[in-house]
Write a protein that binds this ligand. Structure first.
Ligand code: GDP
Ligand code: IMO
Ligand code: MG
Length: 429
């Protein structure tokens, strides 16, 4: 039986989705990105010192013969796309014959990036975006003025519509943000320089997904960002501009929701967040620094240091509901090695009131975490592949997560490399 499996981040992103997609691609014929854009940074470490960071191209691309698709839910920067494709080509990865793009993906163009930067510089409530133009591109989509991949094929219409859109955005850039406008002719020429390449990559993604299903082939849907960066369910306004939750796998690719078989929630054994916004379990102490150092917590897209803190089960339990997570994959367990006492947040407290579900962002920003304490372990778990080899207290930590979330853990990651993984339950088998 064909299986369609969705991988999503259950926290604030960077949970290790890329590693797990790359690992599970072994079992599939296709991998699909369905939301976000090149704001994502998915790190794949195939062997020691062989590291590739992908932003836009699905993390299945390293596996020969696997079809990689970019769905309609993704906002696509042609410049970022070509840069990444060329980087992969230089690594000897042949990709153009097995990469397909939805004609409906909205394009990220230079004015989106200029607007993203201008806003972050001026507006009061800074989000701390990646500066990739994601928000402004999704705004154009919702406002029904976006130029999409398919528009590149109609030169006449593209030329006219781009003039109108740039005129509109330049007005805001110049008059409101008092910054440099973007150059229409340059934008047009650059967009057309990608036309032939994109023409050869456009495909009807829902039709391809249906064919794969009817042929009994497995497909992975690769989420970007994390649940609490979701435009609706996240810590608004400190979120990204797409739905990062599992439902977006259907709307952002065109697969019918009933055809999604299993949702894997990738969950870091602790929590990190890049950019601004509330983060109740954040640690501004030695332990926080230790997690950042051992976990090498620097943004894969912007290289900004990631904020670190303890595992937050109030958030994770909400994530399990919103995404209908079937199983958890706990990553970076090894980063907890050697920490004497571990803490898991089971509730928030504010003004003598306890919250077991996430409150509104304003309240969340003032919440203190309520923790349970668990003993840590001194042994190294780095690279372990067998569950029985894990220290007793690591079992205890994982069991506690399963018990409190009432959700099984199917995969445990013990290092950045593909092989450094414990598979308890392979969803494809
Ligand atoms: P993604 O955005 O969810 O794909 O995650 P990122 O790639 O941005 O960040 C995860 C980081 O942790 C990357 O540097 C990975 O190589 C690394 N990583 C993934 N799993 C593990 C693990 O189990 N242990 C350790 N130490 N590092 C891991
Ligand atoms: P992956 O897929 C972590 C964060 C930014 C910022 C907010 C909005 O690697 O997990 P945007 O540029 O999207 O408008 O920024 O979202 N953000 C991420 N944080 N991982 C990501 O992706 C992220 N993509 C965006 O830091 O706070
Ligand atoms: Mg990342």
């Amino acid at each position: 039986m064909a299986k369609n499996i969705v991988i999503i981040g259950s926290q604030w992103g960077d949970e290790g989705k890329g590693k797990i997609v790359d690992l599970l691609t072994h079992h599939v014929d296709a991998v699909v990105r369905f939301q976000g854009g090149h704001n994502a940074g998915h790190t794949l470490v195939t062997k020691a010192n062989q590291k590739i960071v992908l932003h836009l191209i699905p993390s299945g691309i390293l596996h020969e013969h696997v079809l990689c698709m970019i769905g309609n839910g993704v906002v696509l920067s042609p410049v970022a796309f070509m840069k990444e494709a060329e980087m992969l080509k230089q690594q000897g990865i042949m990709l153009y014959n097995r990469l397909k793009i939805s004609p409906m993906s909205p394009l990220i163009l230079p004015h989106h990036i200029a607007l993203d930067h201008a806003r972050e510089k001026t507006q009061g409530r800074q989000i701390g975006t990646t500066g990739c133009g994601i928000g402004p591109a999704y705004e154009d989509k919702i406002a029904r003025r976006a130029l999409r991949v398919s528009d590149l094929l109609n030169e006449e219409n593209f030329t006219t519509n781009l003039a109108e859109i740039i005129d509109y955005h330049n007005f805001i850039l110049e008059k409101y943000y008092q910054t440099q406008p973007v150059d229409y002719k340059q934008t047009l020429d650059q967009a057309f320089s990608f036309k032939e390449k994109f023409k050869s990559l456009i495909a009807d993604i829902p039709a391809l997904l249906t064919q794969l299903r009817l042929k009994g082939k497995n497909v992975l849907f690769e989420g970007a960002q994390g649940t609490f960066l979701d435009i609706d369910h996240g810590t608004y306004p400190f979120v990204t501009s797409s739905n990062t939750t599992a439902g977006a796998a259907a709307t952002g690719s065109g697969i019918g929701p009933r055809n999604l078989d299993h949702i894997i929630g990738i969950t870091k054994a602790y929590t990190t967040r890049v950019g601004n916004g509330p983060f109740p379990t954040e640690l501004n102490d030695d332990i926080g620094e230790h997690l950042a150092k051992v976990g090498y917590e620097f943004g894969s897209t912007t290289n900004r240091p990631r904020r670190c803190g303890w595992l937050d089960l109030v958030a994770l339990k909400r994530s399990i509901i919103i995404n209908s997570i079937s199983s958890l994959c706990v990553t970076k367990l090894d980063v907890l090695d050697g920490i004497e006492k571990l803490y898991i947040c089971t509730a928030y407290r504010y003004n003598n009131q306890y919250y077991e579900v996430p409150p509104d962002t304003e309240i969340l920003a003032h919440c203190d975490p309520v923790y349970i304490e668990l003993p840590g372990w001194s042994e190294s778990t780095v690279g372990l592949t067998d569950y029985t080899q894990l220290p007793k207290n690591a079992h205890n930590y994982l069991n506690k997560i399963e018990e409190l979330t009432e959700t099984p853990i199917g995969i445990i990651s013990t290092g950045p490399e593909r092989e450094q993984t414990i598979i308890l339950n392979n969803p494809f088998e």
